[in-house]
Design a protein around this ligand. Sequence first.
Ligand SMILES: [Cu+2]
Length: 252
Amino acid sequence: MSFWDSIKAPLDISTNGQEIDSLFLYITAWNVFFFLLVITGLFWFSYRYSAKRNKKADYTYGNTKKQLLATLAIGAAVFFAIDLNITRMSNDDMLGKFWNFPGDEEDTIKVEVLAQQWMWNFRYAGADGVFNTEDDILTNHELHIPVGKKVEFRVTSKDVIHSFYLPNARLKVDAMPGRISRLWFEPTQTGTFDIACAEMCGTHHYLMQGKMIVHSQEEYLAWLGEAQTVANYANDNENIDNFWGWKWETNK
Ligand SMILES: [Cu+2]
C-alpha cells in the first residue's frame, strides 16, 4: 500500500457519505489556506524586518482604535463567512439527510443492534415483521444487508457505552444502556466491510470488530430464507438471552 493509499479515507459505499467527505475537505482546504497565509506572513516579515535590513528599531504605540476595528472586522468576517457557513452546511446535511429517517417506508430493512462487552448482536424481525418473536433472526458480529435499500438501525447496549461505527458509510452512533439510538443509510455497492466499536469499552474493545456484508438483493433474500429456517427451530422461547429485542416504535 502506498503512502497516499494508507491515508486515504475508506471506500464510501453509502448514498450520503460524500456529504461528510466534502465537508471534511472544505474545512481542510480553509485550514490549509490560513496556514499558508500565516506561514507566508511569518517568513516575509522575518525577512523584511530582519536586523540586517533594519538597523534602527521603530518604536510605536500603535493605534488602538484602528487595530481594534481591524481585529473585529477580520474576526467577524471569518466567523460569518466560514464558521457559520460550516455550521449551516452540516446542519443541512443533518436535518435533510442523516436525521431524515426512512420511517415506515415499506422496504426499509430494520435491524436492532445490541452492543455488549465484547460483541455486536444483530436482530431482524423475521417473516412476521415483528421483533422479539420466535422467528426473529439473530446474528453475532455479522450484519447482512442488501444493496440499494435503506437500512435503519436501532442501537442500544447491554452494559457500558459502545459506539456503532460504520467507516464505509461515514456513520457512528453511541450505543448506550437504557437508550435507543438511531442510524440509517443506503449501501450503494456489494462487498464485505468493517464494523467497529468507536468507544473504548474495556479490555477487549478491539474484539468488537464486526463484518457488514452487503449482498445483492437476490443474495440477501437467499441468506434471509436460510437464516429464517434456522431461526424457526433454533429460537427458544424459554431462553431469555434470545429475547433481548424490543418493540420497534414507528416514527419518523
Ligand atoms: Cu465496545
